[in-house]
Design a protein around this ligand. Structure first.
Ligand code: ARG
Length: 587
């Protein structure tokens, strides 16, 4: 049982005995000199019971079971302060050292969750806008797994949309596909460079050249119908793209159980549409097939162009388009078919969570509503869009290159490696590329995850890479430092006992970190773990500066210090592993 839970139980037993049948809760104290936890509920309860707050708090404390572990005190006006005895703190620390989970509790109910993150598009280069999904997705996957859930991650590649038709048509017009159409003997080797050139060109063209756009629509449909040679070429484009996509995700440390794409759901499209039609949900609109998903009286916030603008609303929610005028599938179609596929091939899925740009909110509301209305997603299954905020440049606008283009993810990774290398060089550390990658990517991830997932933030590599402050490198360095102490000694570790306020601070930070896992789970955001991790590292740093560990002459004290830093290492490593931040050997 978490310590906080243990204290709350004790407190609630006392409250019941005192005739207070309302649930009390505690929080970490913001005055650690005074106490470790506090309960502020006497104020509001006094109003309910029409009593004097101080007297009520005192009555509760008088009725508490005797405890050797906790000291309860009422402080004016009506706070209940709770302090852990040194003995109890030491007991906790020693038990966490042995416990495999280090005191983190698994959740009571194990759930089966599909996590949809990554979402790279075949034929388009991964760009800055795709960075947050694998970072948060991987973190949530590890968090849920640690807390006992069964998690299946799916990269859900974008490989069944208009971009395929656009890219192929452009390649064709550039004379690169002659072989496939029988006008050349030489089979071309399609390269990533060719794709990176073709797609942006075609994408810009479709906006000004309607004949080109119409033709691309036709090509897309031919691919979706698996007509040759269109489908063969598509497969080749897909293969070339995926190679690079895998390389990018590997550098970021994002792992996937399933490498499915929209195309894998294609065999379920007809069935999904039939279910929707049979339920009488579909109607024709300008040749397309749509489902009305508006809810009466519902107001939908219109995205603001400027944060200072007053919030305006539109009504109703636009209908979901599930088939194009020419019969082709769209983004919503493949997402609906994917939910059908997931439910038919994986049993009893409790939740499907999508870590996708917050700007796709409307799309997900539409898709989820269609699936619920049509019974494609069972009633008790949760469909959740975890919308992430935008990564902005220093100008406060979505991160772009100087010429206004989107920044390629592979360029960001190279930049992270370069910047980390510069840092290491300046610090006179011998390093290799793997170390620079760990530090660069670790800095990026922490800089991202410390923000609540829904908030925008500014991409500021110099800030992310600082070795001091709330940064990834600072946390990595804390572990590296502990490792280097542990490498210099070969003592058996002894029992930890509390010897100073600095040590109390460390154990308190560990308790807080353990609570942060549950908070992160409920918020579906890893920021609380990042914050608690930093607090632990900085508590360790204070202790490290104030005490000699290796040169401590008192044997018991030395053994206790070693036990303590081993625990700090264990807890930091556990947290960094959840955040998928790797720890370099040296830095
Ligand atoms: N490929 C999409 C994009 O680039 C993201 C896919 C997200 N997942 C999903 N099931 N829709 O915007």
């Amino acid at each position: 049982m978490l310590i906080t839970q243990e204290i709350e139980n004790l407190l609630n037993r006392g409250a019941r005995k005192a005739g207070v049948d309302k649930k009390l809760s505690i929080s970490f104290s913001n005055m650690p000199k005074l106490c470790d936890f506090q309960c502020n509920d006497a104020f509001s309860l006094a109003k309910v019971f029409n009593e004097n707050p101080f007297e009520l708090a005192s009555k509760i404390v008088e009725n508490l079971d005797k405890s050797e572990d906790y000291i309860f005190e009422v402080a004016r006006p009506a706070f209940i302060n709770i302090k852990l005895t040194d003995k109890k703190l030491a007991e906790i620390a020693n038990s966490y050292l042995i416990d495999e989970m280090g005191g983190v509790e698994k959740r009571e109910r194990k759930e089966k969750i599909i996590l949809d993150y990554g979402g790279a598009n075949v034929a388009k280069a991964l760009h800055a806008g795709h960075l947050r999904s694998p970072i948060t997705g991987e973190g949530l996957k590890r968090l849920y797994t640690l807390l006992g859930d069964e998690v299946i991650s799916d990269v859900h590649l974008g490989d069944w949309g208009l971009q395929m038709g656009l890219t192929e048509l452009q390649l064709y017009e550039d004379g690169l596909l002659d072989y496939y159409f029988g006008t050349s003997e030489i089979k071309p080797t399609l390269t990533l460079e060719m794709l990176n050139e073709a797609y942006p060109k075609a994408s810009a063209r479709k906006n000004i050249d309607s004949a080109f756009k119409e033709k691309a629509d036709k090509w897309t449909l031919k691919i979706q119908k698996k007509e040759q040679p269109y489908y063969d070429i598509y497969q080749e484009i897909r293969r070339v793209s995926i190679e690079k996509i895998k390389e990018n995700y590997q550098a970021l440390g994002a792992t996937f159980d399933l490498w499915y794409g929209e195309s894998d759901a294609a065999p379920y499209i007809d069935k999904a549409i039939k279910i929707i039609k049979d339920k009488g949900l579909a109607k024709e609109s300008e040749g397309a097939l749509v489902v009305d998903v508006a809810v009466e009286g519902e107001n939908i916030p219109i995205e603001k162009k400027d944060p200072k603008e007053v919030q305006r609303y539109k009504n109703p929610m636009p209908p979901a388009i599930i088939q194009k005028y020419n019969g082709a599938a769209l983004y919503a179609t493949t997402d609906i078919a994917t939910i059908l596929m997931r439910n038919e091939t994986i049993r009893d899925v409790d939740r499907i969570e999508y870590i996708v740009d917050a700007r796709q909110k409307t799309h997900f509301i539409q898709v989820f509503r269609v699936c619920k209305m049509a019974g494609i997603s069972p009633k008790n299954q949760q469909l959740i869009h975890i919308g992430y905020g935008t990564m902005n440049g220093k100008d406060g606008k979505p991160f772009k290159t100087r010429s206004g283009d989107t920044v390629k993810l592979s360029d960001i990774i190279d930049l992270l490696i370069d910047k980390a290398s510069e840092k290491l060089k300046a610090n006179n550390v011998k390093y290799d590329k793997t170390t620079a990658l760990k530090i660069g990517v670790g800095a990026m991830k922490f800089g991202d995850l410390i923000n609540n997932v829904g908030k925008d933030y500014i991409f500021d590599l110099d800030k992310f890479l600082a070795f001091e402050g709330k940064t990834g490198p600072y946390l990595q360095y804390s572990v590296v430092r502990i490792n280097s102490i542990l490498n210099k000694i070969n003592d058996e570790q002894g029992q930890f006992f509390v010897n100073s306020e600095d040590e109390r601070n460390i154990i308190r930070a560990i308790l807080k970190l353990n609570s942060a896992y549950e908070i992160a789970y409920n918020e579906k955001s890893l920021s609380s773990i990042c914050g608690a991790c930093y607090d632990l590292a900085s508590a360790f740093s204070t202790f490290y500066n104030n005490y000699k560990i290796i040169n401590e002459q008192d044997k018991d004290k030395r053994a206790s210090y070693i036990a303590l830093i081993k625990l700090v290492k264990k807890k930091l490593e556990q947290a960094l592993n959840v955040l998928a931040i790797e720890i370099p050997e040296k830095m």
